[in-house]
Design a protein around this ligand. Structure first.
Ligand SMILES: [Zn+2]
Ligand SMILES: [Zn+2]
Length: 158
């Protein structure tokens, strides 16, 4: 399997029909436009464990993506460094019958490369917690004076 982690692109012509291929890759997060609803990529590379199975007209891509992302802590509003792990699963196909299925992404026949970035990006969005925390048990902000209670007690009692 030929896979380019710098573009998150899989070379479909390198896959053998009826076989599964697997690989592990280091992904430089800063090369991609993540455009997440919440969070930005952190300062270390991500890891992608990938499997691809090729039927002749379809490629089933499955894997696990792990990466550091920085979001705002939902309690104290400081940056929260989140090590996210998400499942990646997508079918790419040039079979016109399968392409009616919304789960299936059409392969636009070109140079044989398909980008799986959108599938990886979705795995990050799904792995992002609804209420990110900078640390377990973050004490948040005082609702009277706004002091960060992780830094000490401001003296207010609610
Ligand atoms: Zn916090
Ligand atoms: Zn206070």
């Amino acid at each position: 399997m030929i896979f380019d982690p710098l573009r998150l692109a899989l070379f479909t012509d390198s896959l053998e029909r009826g076989k599964r291929s697997a690989g592990e890759y280091t992904v430089p997060l800063d090369r991609f436009d993540w455009n997440l609803p919440e969070g930005v990529p952190g300062d270390e590379p991500g890891r992608l464990a990938l499997e691809a199975a090729f039927s002749g007209s379809s490629v089933l891509v499955e894997g696990v993506f792990a990466g550091l992302f920085i979001a705002r802590c939902s309690r104290c509003l400081q940056p929260a460094r989140l090590r996210l792990r998400g499942r990646v699963r997508r079918v790419y196909s040039d079979d016109p019958e399968l392409c009616d299925d919304p789960e299936v992404e059409p392969i636009l026949r070109g140079d044989g490369w398909i980008s799986i970035f959108e599938a990886v990006r979705e795995s990050v969005i799904l792995a992002m917690p609804m209420a990110p925390l900078c640390k377990p048990g973050c004490r948040g902000l005082c609702s009277l004076c706004g002091a960060d209670l992780n830094g000490g007690d401001c003296g207010h009692r609610l």
